[in-house]
Design a protein around this ligand. Structure first.
Ligand code: FES
Length: 107
């Protein structure tokens, strides 16, 4: 068990190039698989809180389904769109085919 991390899903549950969401501490958290690397962001756009997991993932770029802001899935940094707000990112670790996410966002 990794200290401060919670097991959220098996690596096989999120195919490369796709994303899904889980609930951690009553918060929706998006889990994305980018070519075998896993990333976690708060599942709420920095603009009007639309669920980013319902948007599109193109490489490392997530596009919001509502007004099409784009964010870097690795960091949550805003790339473009009608907002100045980044999305909080969570630390992720993979161990024995299980994806673990740290309870609180790192930023
Ligand atoms: S809610 Fe995401 S860009 Fe408006």
């Amino acid at each position: 068990m990794l200290h401060g991390f919670v097991a959220v899903l098996r690596t096989s549950e999120v195919s490369p190039g796709t994303m899904t969401w889980v609930v951690i501490d009553r918060e929706r958290v998006l889990i994305a698989n980018v070519e075998g690397a896993f990333y976690a962001l708060r599942d709420a756009c920095g603009h009007r809180q639309a669920p980013l997991s319902k948007g599109t993932l193109d490489g490392c770029v997530i596009e919001c389904p509502l007004h099409f802001a784009t964010f870097d899935v690795r960091t949550g940094k805003l790339l473009s769109g009608p907002t100045a707000a980044d999305v909080p990112a969570y630390a992720v670790q993979v161990k024995d085919d299980t994806v673990y996410v740290k309870h609180a966002p790192s930023r």
